[in-house]
Design a protein around this ligand. Structure first.
Ligand code: C2O
Ligand code: CU
Length: 449
């Protein structure tokens, strides 16, 4: 039990996660058989893990794949040694080996876990799942919660996953976009709800690269949380946007009568696509809804004094239609042609994914301001490990009441300033969560000492 020294002595929730090839029925049986996937405990997405805020999760991960893997607990302000980043916080778990993760989950909310080794392939093949951190005292604002892991598989006609991982064309464009959007691993799922039930819907975008716009027809819906962290409760007037890795908790009133159906839709270029159907079933829960209320606020406080902040810039370049001439890789400058031969097409501050130097080294307890500039023609989902941040300005304009996020979607040519307190010691990644972009150069790290 050496690894637990210094952690709270309360018993941990213990789970075993086996990463191994499996099969899951993604497409309805009438169209195709089960899809061969890589799965945690045989299902894709993997099991929903739950722990109470402040409690400890012990996850024994066994690698039954024929390649190395690791698990990252996305969004958790975690002990650095448990962050799951091969080469930075641990050795990758070799085939046949295991790794015992154990950590405290400090903040209630909707999180997820996923492979962090060759994640552009392992995540797309199914190695991810939801991690729910429950409020210390049960929140009474909804009848129940519903976890919806959204994904975007690319399948061929017999239902198997299309190969072609590692295509440099895709890596230089928007990443691997699929053709089969699923909810909890099913195309066209039917989800039973009670008429007039009020549900906390936890949406997780687990796709490699697809930015999703999700809508609940005209059901009254309110925003409760983003990336796990509570927001002020707010009525939604349109679809919710979720970049890869982002989460949103919504409070949805399934108003209607027994037998009604209502869709969960994904906006696509060809119009709304019905990702799942809610089927209202049974006696109504109530005739009238009580007034809705939000989640208790939690998470790190706003950093107000930035006078002594550590500041640095991150310029994002590269990709198709960009102006990048070349970048440093493996310690020397390479032109685009040579970079492409190394599967590198993006850069941060002129460096294409070399990890020997950190972007920043900051003493613990000092505020950080990173200025991120997207000098590419593509949107990017910028993710910071181990911390939540606030976007305090966009294109020079201050953001009113900035919310906590762990992943922000940046548009082409956009510049943002993010702030957070460097309060979690260790080595932390900062990367694009379009997983092909990360693999092709959009990755760096910083150290809190
Ligand atoms: Cu969810 Cu470094 O990732
Ligand atoms: Cu990107």
């Amino acid at each position: 039990m050496l690894a637990t020294t210094g952690l709270s002595t309360a018993a941990a929730t213990r789970r075993r996660l086996v990463a191994a090839p499996g099969q899951t029925q993604i497409v309805p049986e009438k169209f195709a058989g089960p899809t061969p996937v890589w799965a945690f405990n045989g299902t894709a997405p993997g099991p929903v893990l739950r722990v109470r805020a402040g409690g400890r999760l012990a996850a024994d991960v066994e690698n039954g794949l024929d390649q190395a893997t690791s698990v990252h607990w996305h969004g958790i302000r975690i002990d650095n040694a448990m962050d799951g980043v091969p080469g930075l916080t641990q050795e990758a778990i070799a085939p046949g080996d295991q790794f015992a993760y154990e950590f405290v989950a400090p903040d209630p909310g909707t999180y997820w876990y996923h492979s962090h080794n060759r994640s552009w392939e392992q995540n797309a093949r199914g190695l991810h799942g939801a991690l729910i951190v429950d409020e210390p005292a049960p929140w009474k604002g909804a009848d129940r919660d519903l976890v919806l892991v959204l994904d975007d598989w690319r399948l061929v006609a017999d239902g198997s996953i299309e190969d072609g991982f590692g295509s440099i064309m895709e890596w230089a464009h928007g990443g691997r976009i699929g053709n089969t959007p699923t909810v909890n691993g099913r195309l066209g799922s039917q989800i039973a709800v009670r008429p007039n039930e009020r549900i906390r819907v936890r949406l997780i975008n687990a796709a490699n690269a697809r930015i999703m716009e999700i809508a609940f027809a005209d059901l009254p819906s309110r925003l409760l949380a983003l990336d796990g962290m509570p927001t002020a409760i707010e009525t939604l007037s349109g679809p919710v946007q979720l970049a890869p890795a982002q989460r949103a908790d919504l409070l949805v009133d399934f108003a209607g009568a027994d037998g009604d159906t209502t869709p969960l839709t994904l906006q696509t270029r060809d119009g709304p696509f019905e990702m799942a159907t809610f089927v209202l079933d049974g006696e109504p829960m109530r005739s009238e809804y009580p007034d809705p209320f939000g989640l208790p606020m939690s998470g790190p406080a706003l950093v107000t004094d930035l006078s002594d902040a550590f500041r640095t810039d991150l310029v994002m370049e590269g990709g198709a239609m960009g102006s990048m001439q070349g970048a440093t890789h493996q310690g020397r400058w390479m032109d685009m042609r040579e970079l492409v031969s190394k599967s590198r097409v993006w850069s941060f501050n002129g460096v294409a994914g070399d990890m020997d130097e950190p972007l920043a080294t900051v003493e613990r307890g000092r505020p950080i301001v990173f200025t991120l500039r997207n000098a590419t023609r593509w949107p990017h989902a910028m993710h910071v490990h181990g911390h939540h941040f606030r976007v305090v300005s966009r294109d020079g304009k201050p953001v009113a009441n900035p919310v906590l996020r762990d992943t922000d979607l940046m548009m082409p040519d956009e510049t943002i300033e993010i702030t957070f307190m460097a309060d979690n010691p260790g080595k932390w990644l900062l990367h694009c969560h379009m997983l092909e972009h990360a693999a092709a150069g959009m990755m760096t790290w910083f150290e809190v000492t």
